[in-house]
Design a protein around this ligand. Sequence first.
Ligand code: PGA
Length: 251
Amino acid sequence: MTESPPARIFADPAEACRTLAAELVELVTAINASDRPAVLGLATGRTPLPFYAELIRLHRAGELSFAQVITFNLDEYLGLPAGHPESYHSFMRRELFDHVDIPVENVHIPDGMVAPENLAAHCAAYEDAIRAAGGIDFQLLGIGRTGHIGFNEPGSPRDSRTREIELDPITRQDAAPSFGGLDQVPTHAISMGCGTILEARKIALLAWGSGKAAIVKEALTGPISDRVSASFLQEHGDATFYLDAEAGSAL
Ligand code: PGA
């Protein structure tokens, strides 16, 4: 596949999230009806917040159950204990898992406190767990200003797998306000690789705001290159960009 993924442009993030959440309800319902759990790849950051709020609303309205859902998060900061307020473990509990009926054993997030000598085995076990669950049915993505998906910073190969990665200075700068200063931002993370992400059967990348317009355009229409890991989505076949008007303004 060399066709660019479709870009769907909405008036605002709320409308984009309502649309995608309704599509996800259909997908989870259809997969559960075939008597297997739905496997979702989940993302963190500011971007998915309105999406998770909509999933919680649908759950409370009785339209979406997570009882037969298995999740794998894209990434976690290295060196942050799960209980740290900025860890992605904390984020996911706060923004989604504490508010829905997902069985705790169905949740997977890389362990940011894994000892260096166990890191490679931990990453391999994460890949094994995704495979054992049957692969990812639906992968949610944001996009960083470096073009990263997950924490696949520039230079991440197309076939990379879950591994340790050094965060780009731009990514650390963008995270500095929530950490209360650049020196508080971890320097490394564990992230699913580009290859891991691209194996998901269906992918939705969300982006809001004018600050993302240039990188969205590059990811969708620029050369397919490890300089912008989101550009690999051009070759996926079932990846869609859900944008607000500002994020889509350069297209
Ligand atoms: P953001 O981060 O959602 O906080 O903008 C996106 C990303 O880095 O993938």
